[in-house]
Design a protein around this ligand. Structure first.
Ligand code: NAP
Length: 301
């Protein structure tokens, strides 16, 4: 099936284009971007012109930052196209609820993706935890924003979520592998004096579940989730690529997150279904509601 990619920037070029090139289900038939393009693929600079010119392309995948995502998704759904959303699926929960309702009304697929849930060891971790009693869980998501988001000011603007842009990946895994829903009790947000969104955050959930998110870590970056149970401790490491139980390897594999996302999108379209799970984003919204704000050092690239 033909698909168009809109917002040709870092993640589109790093992951979406290679995943589509290798996909047995999809044919990248157009790009829409004000400045980016993909060699050999018809390129549009404007989304409305694309929708008008290419009714033969039934699906679009939106890779721009969350702030402009809703307007693009709404226009695509109104034009009867299936829509795949990068994470986070929008700036606000209400936006995504509105898109889900519109997709249902128009009879098309809306897929709010969580790429980290597709990491190799996430499902084995979930299976291992099923039926075990959880004592505590510790998330450590520590990385260098200058390395992963060079010059991307949108992450520090309202709607950009700051450190929750990667942190929501941890929450997407946590909400998938833990058997019971999470409930935030308290949060602390470290916000640079010259920015709008946090550069670090600490979250405390009911049931002794905590998360430390930090964008200021240049050495010893980590994307780990440790879950203690009454029957051993699971470590889900490297962003979900590797799982160990009490130090013994449970699962490890290559990064096929985006291949799996596009395979899932193909299944959803074929089945005439949508998939929109807002659990990770609910906890981010709760952190902004409950969080104590601490002003910290100014941040510049
Ligand atoms: P990016 O490179 O800064 O932006 C992607 C593209 O979106 C830009 O090249 C731009 O293309 C378009 N865009 C930006 N602002 C726009 C606006 N106001 N209106 C219309 N188009 C706009 O961002 P990214 O790193 O690819 O991230 C995009 C999304 O992917 C985010 O939601 C992020 O959380 C997610 N993601 C990123 C990564 C990563 O490693 N960076 C990993 C996984 C998921 P044009 O200017 O050419 O239109």
């Amino acid at each position: 099936m033909r698909i168009a990619l809109a917002g040709i920037g870092k993640i589109a070029l790093d992951q979406h284009v290679p995943a589509l090139a290798a996909s047995p289900d999809w044919d990248l038939a157009a790009t829409v971007s004000r400045s980016g393009s993909v060699p050999g693929i018809p390129a549009f600079a404007d989304f409305a012109s694309f929708l008008a010119a290419r009714p033969d392309i039934p699906a679009v995948s939106l890779c721009m930052p969350p702030q402009p995502r809703f307007a693009h998704a709404e226009a695509a759904l109104r034009a009867g196209r299936h829509v795949m959303l990068e994470k986070p699926p929008g700036q606000t929960l209400a936006e995504v609820h509105a898109l889900a309702a519109l997709a249902a009304e128009r009879g098309v697929t809306l897929f709010a993706t969580w790429h980290s849930r597709m990491a190799h060891a996430v499902e084995p971790a979930r299976a291992w935890l099923t039926g075990r009693r959880i004592r505590s869980a510790r998330v450590t998501w520590a990385e260098d924003v200058r390395h992963w988001h060079p010059g991307q000011d949108w992450v520090f603007e309202p709607g950009g979520m700051g450190v929750f842009d990667p942190g929501i990946n941890a929450l997407s895994i946590l909400t998938r592998i833990l058997p019971a829903p999470l409930r935030l009790l308290a949060a602390e947000l470290e916000i640079p004096s010259n920015r709008q969104t946090p550069i670090a955050a600490r979250l405390a959930f009911a049931g002794d579940v905590t998360a430390e998110l930090d964008w200021r870590v240049t050495r010893g970056q980590r994307w780990d989730i440790e879950v203690a149970t009454d029957d051993g401790t699971l470590l889900l490491a490297a962003g979900g690529a590797r799982a160990l139980v009490d130090g013994r390897l449970l699962a490890e594999g290559p990064n096929r997150e985006y291949a799996r996302l596009y395979a899932r999108m193909a299944e959803l379209v074929a089945a005439g279904r949508s998939e929109v799970d807002l659990a990770p984003m609910i906890h981010v919204a709760d952190a902004f509601t409950l969080g104590r704000r601490n002003r910290t050092d100014a941040f510049d690239w």
